[in-house]
Design a protein. Sequence first.
Lengths: 371, 382
Amino acid sequence: MPPTLAETVRPHRLARRLLGSALADALTTPHGVDRYVELVRPAFSLREVRAEVVAVRRPTMRSVTLALRPNANWEGFRAGQFVRLSTEIDGVRHTRCYSPASSAHADGLIELTAHAQPGGVVSPFLRAAARPGIVVSLSQAEGDFALPDARPEQLLLISGGSGVTPVMSMLRTLCHEGHRGRIAFLHYARDEHDVAYARQLAELAAGHANVRLLRGYSQRPAAGELHGRFGGAHVRASGIDPAQALTFVSGPNALVDAVRAAWAEDDLDARLFLERFAPPAPARVEAVAGSVRFARSRREAPASAAPLLDQAEAAGLTPTSGCRMGICHTCSCRKLEGAVRDLRTGEISTAPDELIQICVNAPVGDVTLDI
Amino acid sequence: MTASTSPQLTPEQLDAFGRELDAIRERVLADLGERDAAYIRRIIKAQRGLEASGRGLLQFAFLPPAWLAGTAALSLSKILDNMEIGHNVMHGQYDWMNDPAVNGHAFEWDSACPSEQWRHSHNYMHHTHTNILGKDRDIGYGVLRMSEDQRWHPYYLGNPLYAILLALFFQWGVALHDLEVDRIAEGKSSWREKADMVGAIWRKGRRQALKDYALFPLLAGPGAPLTLAGNLTANAVRNVWAFTIIFCGHFPEGTHEFTEEETEGETRGQWYHRQLLGSANLTGGQLFHVLSGNLSHQIEHHLFPDLPAHRYAELAVEVREICERYGLPYNSGPLHKQFGSVVEKIVKLALPGRGGGGRAPQAAAATSEPPPAPPARERVAA
């Protein structure tokens, strides 16, 4: 394995040692070193992963590709994994998941591509406003949808629409490693200009004899090699035997479900890895169907129209709380996902990973709280 | 400026009053954004800059101009840190930004008081039960006699002395506040019960003292005593300033107190009404407002404790207009006048009896005749 980023990038090691020392911590208490240094170097942090945008491309009408230079805390990623990227829009920090599309061995940079969805917030913002020099926060890479360290002999990669990014990373990583095994890539999109990486895929396929690229364009069938929706014929055309290969599929629910059903039929579930690229479900106002999950205490209860604080207490939990009328913020906690309604304003919020006051918010459908 | 009589508002009028204030609140919440984020970041940047330059200058504390400038910069830094940043961030005023750096639950301030305890004693106890004698522990901080309804005891002869000591060591007073030492002394609580709290105060206080009174002075080498003197002065300046502003919030002449009975089952409108009558504003320039953490707009702060404080000046215009329409008092005056009346109260209440003059007639008129079966809390109805 090539060395990870943390081993290759060692800028200002002495300065880092000093800033990370117990003395520096004691001198900057209670705020800590980061809160001072970040004012002059926004990408610096002793522990958090932050990255500077160093290049921006807009490959299609709705996509934007960012080259990110992460700080020294980044531990690298396995091809196929995702990161949570946080950026600020009109004063509010938003977090979304993106899969790097670059090779896991690329030169210290992470390449992310965002496809703007109608009604989305972060991707359209990045499409419109990202520019070199801005700094974003990242998580370490996460997720099990990743190439195993023992590279499989045969691989079938299937992508639908904007789901191309993690499988693109797998293909690039394998080509970068000089992988000799056979790889087939089934790529589905509306047309060749809909999602990013059409050109890069074609170049990789042309440059590597072991890579076979088959494209299916729903709006321009003549431009691709595949016709109609995914099916057994497409798998046969790929020349890969699913019983011998590992298959990675990444795309919208319909595609992922179709592949899963086909593999299940042949009892090949263990050879299939899935990643769903589905737009978030719209909030429903009327019904309070669904359940409230309390992630940290691992409890779950059917949702009701009552404030989440009451529901947490009814579930036997004792979250800290104070005024119970939205004044003191003692009960504020992180909502990991789901939609909630502010009982004071009626406003509905669907953003993942946001701070809410549980005494004045009620669930709208499934909600997961970090309690 | 202050009203000596409480106007009579009907329950319907109080509801309408509450709805008008709710409307302001909702409008501001919907408008929160880049402007507020940029403001608090600018203040944070200024504070960190002042702190770095103050600490830097105090490394050369043997030069009198460096000592003076360094101490001034560090004092300002601590004032900004505690008031416009710490107090307001810990109210959750910037929670909507989703940024861990300004998250009300995570923030720690440059003060001996652990922020966790402050959030309880201040955000919850004081802001929910503002000026309710027996519930709001900010009335006298368990040390002073600030209301004639606090029973006199010879101990209170020392009222002015205790006030001076509290002002000088305010950060430690605030640190000990949530311990409720007076209740421990009365046997209503015990040290054993408060062991975790004592531990937290000890850990936070020790780190603060280590930084200000040992590490930075030692780094200055032979100039250590002068650096130490600078740091002590900066802490004292911040203490006296914070004490002055905070005591002007609820104790000037004309502010009202309430009993537990009359605030039982309050409606939203009555809650707003109590916050208004229990608070007093300070007039002054823009810099004064920033350095007071906008607590100079104490009325607006108590009506809207979780709206970004830099907006209070704008909101004050509307709040004042609403109060005029409802014939409600709006207690506001310059620092010397408001603080003067606080000092007068501290001195007078050292003596037994009602301490003369300084109190408005008992409580809010609206609560003297409780409305029939008030709705428990508006959030239930919303």
